[in-house]
Design a protein around this ligand. Structure first.
Ligand SMILES: [Zn+2]
Length: 449
Protein backbone atom coordinates (compact mmCIF):
# COMPACT_ATOMS: atom_id res chain seq x y z
CA UNK A 1 0.00 0.00 0.00
CA UNK A 2 1.28 3.38 -1.04
CA UNK A 3 1.78 5.40 2.11
CA UNK A 4 0.32 8.48 0.44
CA UNK A 5 -2.79 6.58 -0.17
CA UNK A 6 -3.00 5.33 3.37
CA UNK A 7 -3.10 8.87 4.52
CA UNK A 8 -5.60 9.97 1.95
CA UNK A 9 -7.80 7.03 2.51
CA UNK A 10 -8.34 7.71 6.15
CA UNK A 11 -12.01 8.11 6.68
CA UNK A 12 -13.06 6.21 3.57
CA UNK A 13 -15.46 3.42 3.85
CA UNK A 14 -14.02 -0.04 3.79
CA UNK A 15 -15.50 -0.57 0.37
CA UNK A 16 -13.94 2.58 -1.00
CA UNK A 17 -10.57 1.66 0.43
CA UNK A 18 -10.77 -1.71 -1.17
CA UNK A 19 -11.59 -0.17 -4.54
CA UNK A 20 -8.66 2.16 -4.43
CA UNK A 21 -6.33 -0.55 -3.32
CA UNK A 22 -7.38 -2.75 -6.17
CA UNK A 23 -7.02 0.06 -8.61
CA UNK A 24 -3.56 0.94 -7.40
CA UNK A 25 -2.43 -2.62 -7.75
CA UNK A 26 -3.67 -2.66 -11.31
CA UNK A 27 -2.26 0.66 -12.32
CA UNK A 28 0.82 1.45 -10.35
CA UNK A 29 3.24 0.14 -12.99
CA UNK A 30 1.71 2.29 -15.58
CA UNK A 31 1.77 5.38 -13.43
CA UNK A 32 5.43 4.83 -12.79
CA UNK A 33 6.21 4.25 -16.43
CA UNK A 34 4.43 7.37 -17.45
CA UNK A 35 6.17 9.43 -14.85
CA UNK A 36 9.55 8.04 -15.79
CA UNK A 37 9.15 8.74 -19.48
CA UNK A 38 10.88 11.74 -20.90
CA UNK A 39 9.68 13.52 -23.93
CA UNK A 40 6.11 12.37 -23.57
CA UNK A 41 4.02 14.71 -21.49
CA UNK A 42 3.77 12.58 -18.39
CA UNK A 43 0.30 11.34 -17.94
CA UNK A 44 -1.01 10.39 -14.60
CA UNK A 45 -3.81 8.25 -13.48
CA UNK A 46 -4.52 8.63 -9.84
CA UNK A 47 -7.28 8.58 -7.35
CA UNK A 48 -7.23 11.39 -4.89
CA UNK A 49 -9.23 11.90 -1.90
CA UNK A 50 -9.71 15.63 -1.80
CA UNK A 51 -10.26 15.73 1.83
CA UNK A 52 -10.60 13.04 4.32
CA UNK A 53 -12.62 15.38 6.37
CA UNK A 54 -15.28 15.75 3.73
CA UNK A 55 -18.59 14.19 4.26
CA UNK A 56 -18.22 10.81 2.68
CA UNK A 57 -20.33 10.46 -0.39
CA UNK A 58 -20.65 7.53 -2.62
CA UNK A 59 -19.70 9.36 -5.82
CA UNK A 60 -16.45 10.02 -7.65
CA UNK A 61 -15.51 12.69 -10.11
CA UNK A 62 -13.23 12.07 -13.03
CA UNK A 63 -10.81 14.92 -13.74
CA UNK A 64 -8.72 14.98 -16.92
CA UNK A 65 -5.97 17.55 -17.10
CA UNK A 66 -7.68 19.58 -14.41
CA UNK A 67 -11.08 19.54 -16.10
CA UNK A 68 -13.96 17.72 -14.49
CA UNK A 69 -15.53 15.39 -17.03
CA UNK A 70 -18.26 14.01 -14.81
CA UNK A 71 -19.06 11.94 -11.78
CA UNK A 72 -19.88 8.28 -11.38
CA UNK A 73 -20.87 6.00 -8.57
CA UNK A 74 -18.28 3.34 -9.13
CA UNK A 75 -14.73 4.53 -9.88
CA UNK A 76 -13.55 1.00 -10.64
CA UNK A 77 -15.59 1.00 -13.85
CA UNK A 78 -13.70 4.06 -14.99
CA UNK A 79 -10.27 2.87 -13.98
CA UNK A 80 -10.75 -0.46 -15.69
CA UNK A 81 -12.02 1.31 -18.79
CA UNK A 82 -8.94 3.52 -18.93
CA UNK A 83 -6.86 0.42 -18.49
CA UNK A 84 -8.67 -1.29 -21.34
CA UNK A 85 -7.92 1.65 -23.60
CA UNK A 86 -4.35 1.54 -22.46
CA UNK A 87 -4.05 -2.14 -23.27
CA UNK A 88 -5.57 -1.62 -26.67
CA UNK A 89 -3.15 1.18 -27.49
CA UNK A 90 -0.21 -0.82 -26.23
CA UNK A 91 -1.24 -3.67 -28.46
CA UNK A 92 -0.94 -1.33 -31.42
CA UNK A 93 2.13 0.55 -30.27
CA UNK A 94 4.49 -0.91 -27.78
CA UNK A 95 5.62 2.48 -26.56
CA UNK A 96 2.07 3.83 -26.17
CA UNK A 97 1.50 5.81 -22.98
CA UNK A 98 -1.28 8.02 -21.74
CA UNK A 99 -0.65 11.69 -22.29
CA UNK A 100 -3.37 13.04 -20.04
CA UNK A 101 -3.44 13.42 -16.33
CA UNK A 102 -6.47 11.58 -15.01
CA UNK A 103 -7.65 11.96 -11.46
CA UNK A 104 -10.54 10.24 -9.76
CA UNK A 105 -11.55 11.96 -6.60
CA UNK A 106 -14.33 11.98 -4.10
CA UNK A 107 -16.91 14.50 -5.02
CA UNK A 108 -20.25 15.81 -4.05
CA UNK A 109 -22.64 18.22 -5.59
CA UNK A 110 -22.06 17.01 -9.13
CA UNK A 111 -24.83 15.00 -10.69
CA UNK A 112 -23.82 11.42 -11.18
CA UNK A 113 -23.91 10.27 -14.79
CA UNK A 114 -24.17 6.75 -16.12
CA UNK A 115 -20.71 5.15 -16.29
CA UNK A 116 -21.22 4.25 -19.98
CA UNK A 117 -21.76 7.88 -20.84
CA UNK A 118 -18.66 9.00 -19.03
CA UNK A 119 -16.71 6.26 -20.79
CA UNK A 120 -17.64 7.76 -24.14
CA UNK A 121 -16.51 11.19 -23.00
CA UNK A 122 -13.26 9.71 -21.76
CA UNK A 123 -12.66 7.80 -24.96
CA UNK A 124 -12.99 11.09 -26.81
CA UNK A 125 -10.75 12.99 -24.47
CA UNK A 126 -7.87 10.73 -23.56
CA UNK A 127 -4.86 10.54 -25.74
CA UNK A 128 -1.96 8.19 -25.89
CA UNK A 129 1.42 9.03 -27.21
CA UNK A 130 4.23 7.00 -28.69
CA UNK A 131 7.89 7.42 -29.52
CA UNK A 132 7.22 8.40 -33.11
CA UNK A 133 8.74 10.69 -35.66
CA UNK A 134 7.71 13.84 -37.44
CA UNK A 135 8.61 15.12 -40.86
CA UNK A 136 9.64 18.74 -40.73
CA UNK A 137 9.81 21.36 -43.42
CA UNK A 138 12.19 24.00 -42.14
CA UNK A 139 11.13 24.39 -38.52
CA UNK A 140 7.52 23.37 -39.15
CA UNK A 141 6.37 19.91 -38.11
CA UNK A 142 4.04 18.78 -40.84
CA UNK A 143 3.21 15.14 -40.39
CA UNK A 144 3.58 12.50 -37.66
CA UNK A 145 4.45 8.89 -38.26
CA UNK A 146 4.88 5.85 -36.06
CA UNK A 147 8.64 5.69 -36.39
CA UNK A 148 11.70 7.19 -38.02
CA UNK A 149 11.99 4.58 -40.75
CA UNK A 150 8.38 5.17 -41.85
CA UNK A 151 9.00 8.91 -41.97
CA UNK A 152 12.16 8.37 -44.01
CA UNK A 153 10.44 6.10 -46.47
CA UNK A 154 7.71 8.72 -46.92
CA UNK A 155 10.34 11.23 -48.00
CA UNK A 156 11.92 8.66 -50.29
CA UNK A 157 8.55 7.79 -51.80
CA UNK A 158 7.85 11.39 -52.83
CA UNK A 159 10.01 11.20 -55.95
CA UNK A 160 8.52 7.82 -56.84
CA UNK A 161 5.10 9.35 -56.55
CA UNK A 162 6.10 12.02 -59.04
CA UNK A 163 7.42 9.34 -61.41
CA UNK A 164 4.07 7.56 -61.15
CA UNK A 165 2.25 10.78 -62.01
CA UNK A 166 4.48 11.27 -65.03
CA UNK A 167 3.79 7.74 -66.22
CA UNK A 168 0.10 8.50 -66.09
CA UNK A 169 0.57 11.76 -67.99
CA UNK A 170 2.95 10.76 -70.75
CA UNK A 171 3.56 7.74 -72.93
CA UNK A 172 7.06 8.49 -73.99
CA UNK A 173 9.30 10.62 -71.79
CA UNK A 174 12.74 10.97 -70.26
CA UNK A 175 13.21 12.41 -66.80
CA UNK A 176 15.74 15.22 -66.86
CA UNK A 177 15.56 16.03 -63.13
CA UNK A 178 13.34 15.73 -60.07
CA UNK A 179 13.96 18.20 -57.26
CA UNK A 180 12.21 18.65 -53.95
CA UNK A 181 12.17 22.39 -53.37
CA UNK A 182 11.72 22.27 -49.61
CA UNK A 183 14.19 21.18 -46.93
CA UNK A 184 12.66 18.01 -45.49
CA UNK A 185 13.90 16.29 -42.34
CA UNK A 186 12.86 13.53 -39.99
CA UNK A 187 12.87 14.23 -36.26
CA UNK A 188 12.36 11.50 -33.73
CA UNK A 189 9.97 12.69 -31.06
CA UNK A 190 6.92 11.68 -29.02
CA UNK A 191 3.67 12.10 -30.89
CA UNK A 192 0.01 11.59 -30.04
CA UNK A 193 -1.43 8.44 -31.60
CA UNK A 194 -4.37 10.43 -32.89
CA UNK A 195 -2.01 12.53 -34.98
CA UNK A 196 -0.38 9.55 -36.64
CA UNK A 197 -0.93 8.83 -40.29
CA UNK A 198 0.24 5.94 -42.41
CA UNK A 199 2.94 6.39 -45.03
CA UNK A 200 0.57 6.56 -47.95
CA UNK A 201 -1.54 9.24 -46.29
CA UNK A 202 1.57 11.16 -45.28
CA UNK A 203 2.78 11.18 -48.90
CA UNK A 204 -0.60 12.38 -50.10
CA UNK A 205 -0.70 15.09 -47.44
CA UNK A 206 2.71 16.38 -48.39
CA UNK A 207 1.90 16.55 -52.09
CA UNK A 208 -1.67 17.69 -51.88
CA UNK A 209 -2.45 21.31 -52.61
CA UNK A 210 -5.29 20.96 -50.16
CA UNK A 211 -4.59 21.10 -46.48
CA UNK A 212 -5.90 18.43 -44.18
CA UNK A 213 -7.82 19.91 -41.29
CA UNK A 214 -5.65 20.63 -38.32
CA UNK A 215 -7.34 17.99 -36.32
CA UNK A 216 -10.13 15.69 -37.35
CA UNK A 217 -12.74 15.23 -34.65
CA UNK A 218 -13.43 11.57 -34.45
CA UNK A 219 -14.64 9.34 -31.71
CA UNK A 220 -11.87 7.12 -30.56
CA UNK A 221 -12.33 3.44 -30.62
CA UNK A 222 -10.43 0.58 -29.11
CA UNK A 223 -9.31 -0.53 -32.46
CA UNK A 224 -6.45 1.70 -33.48
CA UNK A 225 -4.96 -0.57 -36.08
CA UNK A 226 -6.22 1.64 -38.87
CA UNK A 227 -5.21 5.25 -38.26
CA UNK A 228 -7.81 7.75 -39.32
CA UNK A 229 -7.21 9.35 -42.67
CA UNK A 230 -7.05 13.12 -42.43
CA UNK A 231 -10.20 14.86 -43.46
CA UNK A 232 -9.59 17.19 -46.33
CA UNK A 233 -10.72 20.75 -45.89
CA UNK A 234 -12.74 21.38 -48.98
CA UNK A 235 -12.37 25.13 -49.17
CA UNK A 236 -8.65 25.63 -48.97
CA UNK A 237 -6.66 25.21 -52.12
CA UNK A 238 -3.33 26.56 -51.07
CA UNK A 239 0.14 25.67 -52.13
CA UNK A 240 1.25 22.17 -51.36
CA UNK A 241 3.49 21.55 -48.36
CA UNK A 242 6.09 20.02 -50.59
CA UNK A 243 6.78 21.17 -54.11
CA UNK A 244 8.50 18.72 -56.34
CA UNK A 245 9.71 20.06 -59.62
CA UNK A 246 10.12 17.57 -62.41
CA UNK A 247 11.70 18.37 -65.75
CA UNK A 248 10.91 15.87 -68.45
CA UNK A 249 11.51 15.55 -72.15
CA UNK A 250 8.27 14.41 -73.65
CA UNK A 251 8.24 12.89 -77.11
CA UNK A 252 4.99 12.96 -79.00
CA UNK A 253 4.07 11.89 -82.50
CA UNK A 254 1.77 14.22 -84.34
CA UNK A 255 -0.10 13.53 -87.53
CA UNK A 256 0.68 15.80 -90.46
CA UNK A 257 -2.45 15.74 -92.62
CA UNK A 258 -2.00 15.42 -96.37
CA UNK A 259 -3.19 18.11 -98.74
CA UNK A 260 -5.37 17.59 -101.76
CA UNK A 261 -4.33 18.99 -105.15
CA UNK A 262 -6.75 19.33 -108.02
CA UNK A 263 -5.38 19.12 -111.52
CA UNK A 264 -7.48 20.16 -114.52
CA UNK A 265 -7.79 17.48 -117.14
CA UNK A 266 -9.39 18.20 -120.49
CA UNK A 267 -9.79 14.52 -121.28
CA UNK A 268 -12.35 14.25 -118.48
CA UNK A 269 -15.79 15.78 -118.68
CA UNK A 270 -16.63 18.62 -116.35
CA UNK A 271 -17.82 17.22 -112.99
CA UNK A 272 -15.82 14.03 -113.45
CA UNK A 273 -13.08 13.32 -110.88
CA UNK A 274 -10.35 10.77 -110.77
CA UNK A 275 -7.94 10.18 -107.87
CA UNK A 276 -4.49 9.85 -109.35
CA UNK A 277 -2.52 9.64 -106.08
CA UNK A 278 -4.05 8.56 -102.79
CA UNK A 279 -3.19 10.90 -99.94
CA UNK A 280 -1.18 9.66 -96.97
CA UNK A 281 -0.73 11.45 -93.65
CA UNK A 282 2.78 12.15 -92.48
CA UNK A 283 4.14 12.30 -88.94
CA UNK A 284 6.18 14.74 -86.90
CA UNK A 285 8.04 13.77 -83.76
CA UNK A 286 7.86 16.62 -81.28
CA UNK A 287 10.15 16.77 -78.29
CA UNK A 288 8.99 19.15 -75.57
CA UNK A 289 10.76 20.06 -72.35
CA UNK A 290 7.98 20.11 -69.77
CA UNK A 291 8.36 21.45 -66.23
CA UNK A 292 5.84 20.19 -63.72
CA UNK A 293 5.34 21.01 -60.07
CA UNK A 294 3.49 18.25 -58.22
CA UNK A 295 2.17 16.93 -61.48
CA UNK A 296 0.91 20.30 -62.77
CA UNK A 297 2.51 21.64 -65.92
CA UNK A 298 4.06 25.04 -65.23
CA UNK A 299 6.19 25.39 -68.33
CA UNK A 300 6.45 23.74 -71.70
CA UNK A 301 8.98 24.42 -74.45
CA UNK A 302 9.24 22.69 -77.78
CA UNK A 303 12.83 21.56 -78.25
CA UNK A 304 12.62 19.93 -81.64
CA UNK A 305 10.26 18.90 -84.39
CA UNK A 306 11.44 16.13 -86.64
CA UNK A 307 9.50 15.06 -89.72
CA UNK A 308 9.53 11.30 -89.43
CA UNK A 309 7.23 10.75 -92.37
CA UNK A 310 6.40 13.13 -95.19
CA UNK A 311 2.74 13.33 -96.08
CA UNK A 312 1.84 12.32 -99.61
CA UNK A 313 -0.48 14.83 -101.23
CA UNK A 314 -3.65 13.49 -102.72
CA UNK A 315 -3.90 14.33 -106.42
CA UNK A 316 -7.31 14.46 -108.01
CA UNK A 317 -7.86 15.13 -111.69
CA UNK A 318 -10.94 17.12 -112.46
CA UNK A 319 -12.45 17.27 -115.90
CA UNK A 320 -12.82 20.49 -117.90
CA UNK A 321 -14.29 19.02 -121.05
CA UNK A 322 -17.75 20.30 -121.77
CA UNK A 323 -19.97 17.42 -122.78
CA UNK A 324 -21.31 17.95 -126.27
CA UNK A 325 -23.79 16.26 -128.41
CA UNK A 326 -21.49 15.18 -131.15
CA UNK A 327 -22.34 16.47 -134.61
CA UNK A 328 -22.76 14.19 -137.62
CA UNK A 329 -20.45 16.24 -139.84
CA UNK A 330 -23.30 16.87 -142.23
CA UNK A 331 -24.81 20.37 -142.33
CA UNK A 332 -28.27 21.50 -143.25
CA UNK A 333 -29.00 24.96 -144.59
CA UNK A 334 -29.34 27.17 -141.51
CA UNK A 335 -32.04 29.32 -143.11
CA UNK A 336 -34.03 29.73 -146.28
CA UNK A 337 -32.92 32.57 -148.57
CA UNK A 338 -30.50 33.65 -151.23
CA UNK A 339 -26.76 33.90 -150.94
CA UNK A 340 -25.94 37.57 -150.97
CA UNK A 341 -22.23 37.25 -150.21
CA UNK A 342 -19.85 34.36 -150.60
CA UNK A 343 -16.80 33.21 -148.69
CA UNK A 344 -13.60 34.99 -149.79
CA UNK A 345 -12.22 38.45 -150.48
CA UNK A 346 -14.82 41.14 -150.82
CA UNK A 347 -13.66 44.71 -151.48
CA UNK A 348 -10.12 43.67 -150.45
CA UNK A 349 -11.24 42.20 -147.19
CA UNK A 350 -11.60 38.53 -146.29
CA UNK A 351 -15.25 37.50 -145.70
CA UNK A 352 -15.05 34.30 -143.65
CA UNK A 353 -18.70 33.38 -144.06
CA UNK A 354 -21.59 33.26 -146.38
CA UNK A 355 -24.45 35.72 -146.09
CA UNK A 356 -27.94 34.37 -146.70
CA UNK A 357 -30.44 37.13 -147.32
CA UNK A 358 -33.90 36.43 -145.91
CA UNK A 359 -36.83 38.32 -144.48
CA UNK A 360 -36.57 39.46 -140.90
CA UNK A 361 -37.89 36.82 -138.51
CA UNK A 362 -37.11 33.90 -140.84
CA UNK A 363 -36.18 30.80 -138.81
CA UNK A 364 -32.52 30.01 -138.26
CA UNK A 365 -31.78 26.37 -137.38
CA UNK A 366 -28.67 24.59 -136.14
CA UNK A 367 -26.69 23.30 -139.12
CA UNK A 368 -25.72 20.22 -137.06
CA UNK A 369 -26.17 18.93 -133.50
CA UNK A 370 -24.02 20.39 -130.73
CA UNK A 371 -23.83 22.59 -127.65
CA UNK A 372 -24.46 26.33 -127.67
CA UNK A 373 -21.19 27.97 -126.60
CA UNK A 374 -22.33 31.57 -127.18
CA UNK A 375 -25.75 33.18 -127.31
CA UNK A 376 -26.12 36.97 -127.24
CA UNK A 377 -24.59 40.22 -128.42
CA UNK A 378 -21.07 40.11 -129.84
CA UNK A 379 -19.75 43.27 -131.48
CA UNK A 380 -20.15 43.40 -135.29
CA UNK A 381 -22.03 40.06 -135.18
CA UNK A 382 -24.87 41.75 -133.34
CA UNK A 383 -27.03 39.09 -131.74
CA UNK A 384 -25.35 35.77 -132.50
CA UNK A 385 -25.26 32.07 -131.68
CA UNK A 386 -22.16 29.86 -131.66
CA UNK A 387 -22.48 26.07 -131.64
CA UNK A 388 -19.69 23.55 -130.89
CA UNK A 389 -20.47 20.34 -132.69
CA UNK A 390 -17.98 18.32 -130.63
CA UNK A 391 -16.23 16.90 -133.69
CA UNK A 392 -13.90 19.79 -134.39
CA UNK A 393 -16.57 21.90 -136.09
CA UNK A 394 -17.97 25.16 -134.77
CA UNK A 395 -20.67 27.20 -136.53
CA UNK A 396 -21.67 30.84 -136.02
CA UNK A 397 -24.94 32.59 -136.82
CA UNK A 398 -24.80 36.42 -136.88
CA UNK A 399 -27.02 39.57 -137.18
CA UNK A 400 -30.04 37.72 -135.67
CA UNK A 401 -33.13 39.69 -134.69
CA UNK A 402 -33.75 37.22 -131.91
CA UNK A 403 -31.77 34.48 -130.14
CA UNK A 404 -33.89 31.55 -128.95
CA UNK A 405 -31.29 29.38 -127.14
CA UNK A 406 -28.91 30.01 -124.28
CA UNK A 407 -25.33 29.07 -123.61
CA UNK A 408 -24.88 25.42 -122.60
CA UNK A 409 -28.03 24.24 -124.36
CA UNK A 410 -27.82 21.08 -126.37
CA UNK A 411 -29.30 21.46 -129.80
CA UNK A 412 -30.00 18.98 -132.51
CA UNK A 413 -29.53 19.39 -136.24
CA UNK A 414 -32.39 21.46 -137.70
CA UNK A 415 -33.50 22.81 -134.31
CA UNK A 416 -34.78 26.41 -134.31
CA UNK A 417 -32.17 28.58 -132.58
CA UNK A 418 -32.69 32.17 -133.75
CA UNK A 419 -34.41 34.47 -136.20
CA UNK A 420 -33.00 36.46 -139.11
CA UNK A 421 -32.39 40.16 -138.53
CA UNK A 422 -29.84 42.95 -139.13
CA UNK A 423 -28.26 43.52 -135.73
CA UNK A 424 -24.58 44.46 -135.49
CA UNK A 425 -22.71 45.53 -138.61
CA UNK A 426 -25.31 44.63 -141.22
CA UNK A 427 -26.85 46.64 -144.05
CA UNK A 428 -29.92 44.44 -144.53
CA UNK A 429 -31.70 41.43 -143.08
CA UNK A 430 -29.51 38.41 -143.63
CA UNK A 431 -27.82 35.50 -141.82
CA UNK A 432 -24.05 35.67 -141.56
CA UNK A 433 -23.06 31.96 -141.38
CA UNK A 434 -19.52 30.77 -140.45
CA UNK A 435 -18.02 27.29 -140.36
CA UNK A 436 -14.83 26.78 -138.35
CA UNK A 437 -12.92 23.51 -138.36
CA UNK A 438 -10.29 23.07 -135.64
CA UNK A 439 -9.94 26.84 -135.31
CA UNK A 440 -9.72 27.65 -139.02
CA UNK A 441 -12.49 29.17 -141.08
CA UNK A 442 -13.81 27.11 -143.96
CA UNK A 443 -16.10 27.94 -146.87
CA UNK A 444 -19.57 26.99 -145.61
CA UNK A 445 -20.74 26.26 -149.12
CA UNK A 446 -18.46 23.27 -149.35
CA UNK A 447 -20.52 21.68 -146.56
CA UNK A 448 -23.97 22.68 -147.74
CA UNK A 449 -25.52 20.80 -150.63
ZN1 LIG B 1 -21.37 38.22 -143.54
Amino acid sequence: MNPLWTQQLAGLTEKGKQLLDDWWLQNKDKCKTLLAKTGVVPGMLSVLCLSAALQLTNQWQVVVDGKVLGAVKDPAVITSFVEELNTANKADYESASLLNEVKIARSHGIAVMPAEELKLVLADTLEWGIDGAVITIGDQEVVALADVSSAQSVIESLKDKVKEQLTRLYKNFNIVSIDIKEELAVVEKPVAISELVDEQTATAMLLSTRRPQQRAIVSRSYNRSVPEAPTVAAESAEQALVNIEAKVEVTETKTVPYKTEYVNDSSLYKGEKKTVTKGQNGTDEIVTLVTLVNGEVVDSQVKSITRTKEPVNQVIKQGTKIPVVSGSGRFVWPTQGTISSRYGYRWGKMHQAIDIAAAAGTAIVAADSGVVTYAGWRGDYGLMVEIDHGNGYVTRYGHCSQVLVSKGAKVTRGQLIAKVGRTGNATGNHLHFEVIYQGAHKDPLSFLR
